[in-house]
Design a binder for this molecule. Structure first.
Ligand code: 26Q
Length: 838
């Protein structure tokens, strides 16, 4: 450096020129950013200075940040077009991206510059970041996993596209009224979305309904054409996915439905022209709203339409890029593209790719099938039978007549293969068929996805084993080589660096910042585990995080929490199998002890819950009421509120998750063994130094393996034991008869202690526990309570707890989504890194 040179942070990342020459679209200095924000306020937002609000600063800064990704974004796309790089497409009905601004600043390495630029303009970066309305385009784990995987793909420099739906209304906003959940529309687009670029010229037609017809083409080949009843259009909206500290900037393409112009309709030989046009309202309904899970009957037809809609747009896009922009023949599709099906939601893709190749591109069956199977991989996320997607044949054939024919043909050939291998085992054939005959006839989407993919994986070791052992057992026996496991992971950028700045600072100081891209580096923390001053710093970080959460809890609920208390947290969708009510029984147990045992004390705890219930899930909504009702009584009772408080934090989402995980001391992962496929919240807690109380379910098994059994609070039946108890007949009342404490706890609910004497409100929950509980809450009650007593004992000894906390973080490296994505790239996609030059 010469003596006239600026410090490196003032040099442009692109041309090494001093900051004052930096372009206001690309310059990475605070000065260039400040100019860019001011420009956008005038030229993009267009408000007079007097009318500018913090939200406008959010818009302006976001546009400035998007500008700074633009060159990388275009260079990345160009590189995978030009070179022989293989591209991963992640097809998912959900992408739960969370707020983008903070994450993009982090990944671009310009947080300090943005803070300084805003300060010059009299604004505070944190306040500006808080203005973002997060895109809640997912229900929970599956959607958030997709988002973590996009972050890792970009960071690991793997070219990729996420394909999904641009829902106008994402997951509902949850409010709590009088202790009950109330749903409010999530209007995330009203303020505009600065991250996306709409590309109305990049659109595809989507046919729907109608019938098929055979014809002979000029060469004399017998072919099929689909004469749809309706046609609509998908428009793409692209969002940049910037990798951390790399030039790779990938794409998330979300499809939005539009009605077609009459002009375009001429291309389709629809029976009824005017009906096919229909009104915009009908067409544009398709991408209107995200459906909640656990609502099996809700909007069946529209849900199928959403799935087909985004799948056909995505496949048409891939084929267009492949043939027209890359210029490769369709036979090379599997060499250039790996397409992953995120659960069965996009599994219609198997039939749709066959239709496109055969009907539209006139390929013969065997070649089309070879390409299809070689291109797709399928990830299963659930074993719950009620969650496995099935479509009634009538509905399916009415909506997608051509696909039903293709599925029959796929099935016929597939069952021939089954018979060839296993003889005429008709029982097996019936079990494996793509068409289910139990009850009415159905199309079994998990079977379609499995048959149409070259690889099938579960999302945690236990789950993948159970898959091979239960729902996909027959398929495993046919093709053992197609089955494997990829344990889920979460991105350490968002869930550590961004959301836990205190811990990030401490880590950077002690072990450097290599952990951001190699989470196994956290192991180096083990060197400090017995260092008293380090332990003190560790505790101080956690305490400060708890202070931040306490403030948020107070503003959201009016409840005051003491950051010195243990924060015991369960945040996830409300579901019987996740057993929030088991947690509630523990709270009541402690309440009962405090009320009845003279001199009984416990280390003070804040019990914090968060999570949404599907609007039509009756029991889940009662479980929320149970928790809030207990909270009302406990929090107001001076006998007990010195020792415990209960909080139901409304509207759990990615934004407030940033405050929750870093503040937790205890992570509740208490599902019935065998029911939670993996869990990913469990990993977010662990990385941030919470200890887990959990069953041997999903990824808990691996968390315990990594942390060491002595650093994990284990309780409950194993999956095997659960099955055995079930087989022998589960009798919940036996547990009540044997356990007076449990009997007393249930009696408190029954007599209306938490409901002002009302004995009806919570009766459905009690009836379920005692008479009709497939998730065996009462069978695990005693084991859970005893384990919670061990938790309290460990907490009493602050040094033991801190040690265990440090070790949990130190050993969480496996649970980075970078590890998971590398495994997908190596085992399933055959994708290697690509260096992007700009
Ligand atoms: C299906 C049909 C109709 C309407 C909605 C749905 C639907 C939507 C979303 C069904 C399921 C989902 C989401 C499932 C989900 O989030 N599963 C979770 O996936 C995580 C990532 O692998 C796992 O960690 C969790 O264990 C699993 O529950």
């Amino acid at each position: 450096m010469t003596d006239t040179a600026q410090s490196s942070s003032e040099l442009s990342a692109f041309d090494g020129q001093p900051a004052r020459h930096e372009h206001s679209r690309t310059g990475m200095s605070a000065e260039a950013l400040r100019r860019a924000i001011s420009d956008h306020l005038v030229y993009s937002i267009g408000r007079p200075a007097a009318a500018i609000t913090t939200a406008h600063y959010y818009q302006a800064l976001s546009l400035a940040v998007r500008d700074r990704m633009q060159q990388r974004w275009m260079a990345t796309t160009q590189d995978w077009l030009d070179l022989s790089n293989k591209v991963t497409c992640y097809l998912s009905a959900e992408f739960l991206m969370g707020p983008q601004l903070g994450n993009n600043l982090l990944n671009l390495g310009i947080e300090d510059e943005a803070r300084a630029a805003l300060a010059e303009l009299g604004q505070d970066l944190d306040e500006v970041i808080d203005c973002e309305e997060e895109p809640g385009l997912g229900n929970g784990g599956l959607g958030r996993l997709a988002a973590c995987y996009l972050d890792s793909l970009a960071t690991l420099e793997r070219p990729s596209i996420g394909y999904g739906i641009r829902y106008e209304f994402g997951i509902f906003d949850q409010e709590i009224h009088d202790g009950w959940q109330a749903e409010k529309t999530d209007n995330w687009l009203v303020g505009g979305n600065p991250w996306e670029i709409g590309k109305p010229d990049a659109s595809y037609f989507v046919c729907w309904g109608g019938k098929t017809e055979q014809y002979t083409d000029i060469a004399g080949n017998l072919r099929v054409r689909w004469i749809p009843r309706r046609v609509l259009q998908g428009i793409s909206y692209d969002t940049p996915i910037q990798g951390y500290n790399t030039n790779t900037c990938n794409t998330l393409t979300l499809w939005s439905a539009r009605s077609v112009t009459q002009f375009a309709l001429d291309a389709f030989n629809t029976g009824d022209f005017y009906k096919a046009v229909e009104d915009e309202v009908l067409s544009e309904k398709v991408s209107k709203v995200l459906y909640p899970n656990d609502e099996p009957e809700a909007g069946k037809r529209l849900r199928l339409q959403q799935q087909y809609f985004f799948v056909t747009c995505s496949l048409q896009d891939i084929i267009q890029i492949h043939t027209e922009r890359v210029g490769l023949p369709l036979s090379a599709l599997p060499d250039k593209w790996a397409i992953q099906l995120n659960d069965t939601h996009p599994s219609i893709a198997v039939a749709e790719l066959m239709r496109l190749l055969i009907d539209e591109h006139h390929m013969d069956w065997d070649e089309a099938w070879r390409i299809t199977v070689a291109t797709f991989g399928y990830t299963n996320h659930t074993l719950l039978p009620e969650a496995l997607e099935k479509w009634s044949l009538g509905l399916f054939g009415d909506c997608l007549p051509r696909h039903l024919e293709l599925i029959y043909e796929i099935n016929e050939r597939f069952l021939e293969e089954v018979r060839a291998k296993f003889g005429d085992d008709e029982d097996r054939v019936r079990r494996m068929s793509l068409i289910g005959e139990d009850g009415g006839k159905t199309v079994r989407m998990a079977h379609l996805a499995t048959v149409g993919s070259h690889y099938v994986n579960g999302v945690a070791a236990l789950h993948s084993e159970l898959l091979k052992d239960s729902v996909l057992k027959d398929f495993y026996e046919l093709w053992p080589e197609r089955f494997g496991n990829v344990t889920n992971g979460v991105t350490p950028r968002r869930f550590l660096a961004l959301s836990n700045p205190g811990l990030r600072q401490l880590l950077d100081e002690k072990i450097g910042d290599g952990w951001l891209t190699d989470l196994y580096r956290l192991r180096e923390l083990e060197n400090f585990v017995d260092d008293p001053s380090f332990r003190e710093r560790w505790r101080e970080v956690k305490r400060a995080n708890k202070g931040r959460l306490a403030e948020y809890v107070h503003s959201a609920t009016g409840i005051e929490l003491d950051p010195m208390w243990m924060f015991d947290v369960q945040v996830k969708r409300i579901h019987e199998y996740k057993r929030q009510h088991l947690n509630a029984l523990h709270i009541i147990t402690q309440y009962h002890r405090l009320k009845t045992i003279p001199g009984y004390t416990m280390p003070p705890r804040a019990f914090i819950f968060g999570g949404k219930a599907a609007p039509g899930y009756y029991l889940a909504k009662r479980i929320i009421k149970l928790i809030t009702a207990i909270g009302d009584v406990v929090n107001a009772d001076p006998d007990v509120n010195r020792f415990m408080k209960v909080v139901f934090l409304p509207n759990f989402n990615v934004q407030n998750a940033h405050l929750i995980y870093p503040a937790a001391n205890l992570s509740e992962q208490i599902s019935t063994a065998g029911k939670e496929a993996s869990g990913t919240g469990n990993m977010k807690f662990m990385i941030n130094g919470a200890l887990t109380i959990g069953t041997l379910d999903g990824a808990n098994v691996e968390i315990r393996e990594e942390a060491g059994a002595e650093n994990f609070f284990l309780f409950g039946l194993t999956e095997d034991e659960v099955e055995n108890v079930k087989a022998g007949g589960y009798r919940p009342l036996d547990h009540v008869d044997r356990d007076p404490e449990l009997a007393a706890v249930l009696e408190l609910i029954r007599e209306g202690r938490f409901t002002h004497g009302d004995t009806e409100v919570l009766k459905p929950v009690l009836d379920n526990l005692i008479h009709d509980d497939p998730f065996m809450v009462l069978a695990d009650y005693r084991s859970y309570i005893d384990c919670q007593d061990r938790v309290s004992a460990a907490w009493r000894d602050g040094n033991t707890w801190t040690r265990m906390s440090i070790l949990n973080s130190a050993r969480s490296g496996k649970f980075s989504s970078d590890r998971a994505i590398e495994q997908y790239c190596d085992d399933i996609w055959n994708v290697t890194p690509m260096n992007v030059d700009i």
